[in-house]
Design a protein around this ligand. Structure first.
Ligand code: PEP
Length: 254
């Protein structure tokens, strides 16, 4: 059975008190209003991970996560945070290769492959992001770009390791723009990614892979996106910064 996952990426938002208030509200609302089995993942800035992960630990389906991690285990890498540190703070998931990391911090597929290794080595689940820019889609190069991102970042893994990978398809042109990919556009790409995984590994690995969609997901478009057979949840940015809008997206996953 494929796991459904709704993850909220806070990016560089929320002071400590604001963050704690938001998590308190989300946990209470999920408990009162959601009786489905999707995993809810709260992904705050690094400095809040410990507190957030502890606050969600009593709720079976809610987990903490990190937005990034180092590809190194430890050492003289000022400003970096290792996967082992994230694990020790109680988090379960780590986003790898968000388009903002690729775009502003020059993170390339070969580097992301090493970060993914660090995440898996520490018993965490990687949420590996991929997605094309508007220029790439308009030039009809999106499948080529996605294939390179997925294969170069992930296809060195064994099928066993792949069980702890989630892929998030996030078309760059839809992130924070209010422009969502249509359900058909997203479904087409998700099916393409699942097929890549099937060709590389096997049917079971492909069938059990969770593929999230990300890019301006809101309460009013989530249910339609989630109705597509290969869309297994969402990676949410802006709408994850308020409890009501985030939990309404969670509730759209039946
Ligand atoms: C994201 O940052 O991963 C994202 C999808 O953002 P938004 O929902 O704001 O488009």
């Amino acid at each position: 059975m494929r796991k459904k996952i709704i993850a909220g990426n806070w990016k560089m938002n929320k002071t400590f008190d604001e963050g704690m208030g938001l998590v308190t509200e989300i946990v209470a609302m999920v408990k009162d209003e959601y009786n489905g089995s999707a995993h809810v993942v709260i992904i705050p800035p690094f400095v809040h991970i410990n507190a957030v992960s502890r606050m969600v630990s009593e709720h079976n389906n809610v987990f903490g996560g990190a937005q990034n991690c180092s590809n190194h285990d430890s050492g003289a890498y000022t400003g970096e945070v290792s996967a082992a540190m994230i694990k020790s703070c109680g988090a379960s998931y780590v986003i790898i290769g968000h388009s903002e990391r690729r775009q502003y911090f020059g993170e390339h597929n070969d580097w992301l492959a090493k970060k993914t290794d660090a995440v898996l080595k520490n018993g965490l689940t990687a949420i590996y992001c991929c997605g094309e820019t508007l220029e790439e889609r308009e030039a009809n190069k999106h499948f080529e770009v996605l294939k390179a991102q997925v294969s170069e970042g992930l296809f060195h893994l064994t099928a066993e390791q792949f069980a702890n990978v989630v892929i998030a398809y996030e078309p760059v042109w839809a992130i924070g723009t209010g422009k969502t990919a249509s359900t058909d556009q997203a479904q087409e790409v998700h099916a393409f990614i699942r097929n890549l995984v099937k060709e590389k590994y096997d049917e079971t690995t492909a069938d059990t892979l969770t593929i999230q969609y990300g890019g301006s997901v809101k309460a009013d478009n989530a249910a339609e996106l989630f109705s597509a057979p290969d869309i297994d949840g969402a990676l949410v940015g802006g709408a994850a910064l308020q409890s009501r809008s985030f939990v309404d997206i969670v509730k759209a996953m039946k």
